[in-house]
Ligand binder design. Structure first.
Ligand SMILES: *Cc1c(COP(=O)(O)O)cnc(C)c1O
Length: 404
C-alpha cells in the first residue's frame, strides 16, 4: 500500500503538491466525504464534454458535489422523484422554488400557517420583487378557490401545519391547481415521505427541510427540492447555483448517515407520539391534545384519508394556567430540551407563543388557537414509559401554583 508521489519536503516533489490517494484493492463501506471545492479535468476537451453533459464529472462545488448527489439520490428514491437537488437549508429550497420560478407580476398563494420564514418570504420579500402573494386557509378548499387570481402561478402548502397540526385539503386544492394550470409545491417536512408522498397526490414540486427528521440529529442544516418538470428543475438549479445555496459536503454526509435510520426513527417516534397523545388526554390541567389521527382532531376524517394511520411524530397540547404554568412546565421537564426545532432523535418541546409565533399579536395567535399554555412536542425515540412519566411529572408541576 505505497503512496507514489514524493510529497515530502525532503524529496524532489513539493510539499504543496497533493499526494495520490493510497491504492487499495478493497473499497470503503461508508460513503467518503469529498470536501474538494474544485475538480481537475485532464484537458479542455474533457472539460467541454463535462459542461455539455457528454461525460460525468464535477467542476466546482457550488455547482454540485458528490456528497450532495448521493444524498439527493437517496431522498429522490423515497419521494419517487427524479434529479432532486440538495441545498444549504430548507429555506434555501423554499426560496429557490419561489424565486427561481416566479417573475414580477405573478401571484403566489400560500397556506396561512406555513413555516414562519416561508410566511416572511411571502409577505415581505416576494412583494418587494414585484411578485404578489396572499395566504388562505388550506383546510377550507372554498376559501382557497376564492383566493385564486388570474395571475396565480403557484400554490405553496404544508400537509400538516405547525403548531396546530391542521391537515390541508390537499385533494381538493390539487384538483383546483390542476384545473387552472397552477403549480402545486408541497413542503413535506412534517409528514416526510414515510407519511405522505406529494407526487402521488398531484404535487409538481416537493420541498424538504432535511435539517429535521430526515437527517434527524440536529447537527446538519440542509434542504431538498424536486420538480416533476425538467424545465422547472433547471430553473431552480440555476437560481440556487447563482445565488450560492450550496450545501456543505460534511452536512450532506451527516444527513446521509442519518437517513439510514430514518424509517426506524420515524416509525418509533410516530408510535411514541400517538401513545403520548393518548396519555396526555387524561392528565389534570391538560385542556386540549392535538394529534391528527385522534378522533377528536378537527380534521380527523381528512387525516385518515390522506395519511391513513400515519399521524406523524408531532403532538400539541394546551395546559391551564397561562405563561406561569408554561414556565413551570419547561423547568420541570429539564431533561427534554426546550428548543425551537423539531425532528431530533430525542424529544424536544416548543412553546410557539414565545418562539415561532412570537411575531403575531395575541389576537392573531388566539385566532389560531395558540395560547400561553400551548406546547408542541417533537416526539423522539425514547422508551415510551419514560416519556409518559416525564410529561406527567412536568404537567403536574405546571399546575402547582406558587411552585418554582
Ligand atoms: C424548519 C422548516 C423549514 C426551514 O428549514 P431550515 O432547514 O431550517 O432552513 C421549512 N419548512 C418547514 C415545514 C420547516 O419545519
Amino acid at each position: 500500500m505505497s503512496v507514489q508521489n514524493d510529497g515530502g519536503a525532503g524529496g524532489r516533489g513539493s510539499i504543496v503538491r497533493r499526494m495520490a490517494w493510497p491504492e487499495s484493492a478493497s473499497r470503503p463501506v461508508v460513503t467518503p466525504i469529498q470536501p474538494s471545492v474544485v475538480y481537475a479535468s485532464p484537458d479542455p476537451d474533457t472539460l467541454d464534454a463535462q459542461y455539455e453533459g457528454r461525460v460525468a464529472g464535477y467542476t466546482y462545488a457550488r455547482e454540485g458535489h458528490p456528497n450532495a448527489a448521493v444524498l439527493a439520490a437517496k431522498i429522490d428514491a423515497m419521494e419517487g422523484a427524479e434529479a432532486g437537488l440538495v441545498l444549504g437549508s430548507g429555506m434555501a429550497a423554499v426560496s429557490a422554488v419561489l424565486m427561481g420560478l416566479m417573475r414580477a407580476g405573478d401571484h403566489v398563494l400560500g397556506g396561512d400557517q406555513l413555516y414562519g420564514r416561508s410566511l416572511r418570504l411571502m409577505r415581505e420579500d416576494l412583494p418587494r420583487l414585484g411578485i404578489a402573494t396572499s395566504l388562505a386557509d388550506p383546510t377550507d378548499a372554498a376559501a382557497f378557490a376564492a383566493a385564486i387570481r388570474p395571475a396565480t402561478r403557484l400554490i405553496l402548502l404544508e400537509v400538516v401545519s405547525n403548531p396546530t397540526l391542521r391537515v390541508a385539503d390537499i385533494a381538493a386544492i390539487a384538483d383546483l391547481a390542476q384545473a387552472r394550470g397552477i403549480l402545486l409545491a408541497i413542503d413535506n417536512t412534517f409528514t416526510t415521505p414515510r407519511g405522505f408522498l406529494p407526487f402521488a397526490h398531484g404535487a409538481d414540486i416537493v420541498i424538504h427541510s432535511v435539517t429535521k427528521i430526515l437527517a434527524g440529529h440536529s447537527d446538519a442544516t440542509l434542504g431538498y427540492v424536486a420538480a416533476r418538470d425538467p424545465a422547472h428543475r433547471k430553473a431552480i438549479y440555476d437560481f440556487a447555483v447563482t445565488t450560492g445555496m450550496t450545501p456543505s459536503p460534511f452536512d450532506c454526509w451527516l444527513a446521509e448517515r442519518g437517513l439510514y435510520s430514518f424509517e426506524l426513527r420515524y416509525d418509533r417516534a410516530e408510535a411514541n407520539a400517538a401513545a403520548l397523545a393518548e396519555h396526555l388526554v387524561g392528565l389534570p390541567g391538560v385542556q386540549r391534545v392535538l394529534y391528527p389521527t385522534r378522533p377528536d382532531h378537527p380534521d380527523h376524517n381528512r387525516a385518515m384519508g390522506l395519511l391513513g394511520e400515519r399521524g406523524g411524530h408531532m403532538v400539541s397540547f394546551e395546559i391551564a394556567g397561562g405563561r406561569a404554568a408554561a414556565n413551570r412546565l419547561t423547568r420541570a421537564a429539564a431533561q427534554i430540551p426546550f428548543a425551537p426545532t423539531l425532528g431530533d432523535i430525542g424529544t424536544t418541546l416548543s412553546h410557539p407563543a414565545s418562539s415561532s409565533h412570537r411575531g403575531l399579536s395575541e389576537a392573531g395567535r388566539a385566532a389560531l388557537g395558540i395560547t400561553e399554555g400551548f406546547f408542541r412536542v417533537s416526539v423522539g425515540v425514547e422508551e415510551i414509559g419514560l416519556l409518559r412519566d416525564e410529561f406527567e411529572a412536568a404537567i403536574m408541576a405546571s399546575q402547582q401554583e406558587g411552585a418554582q
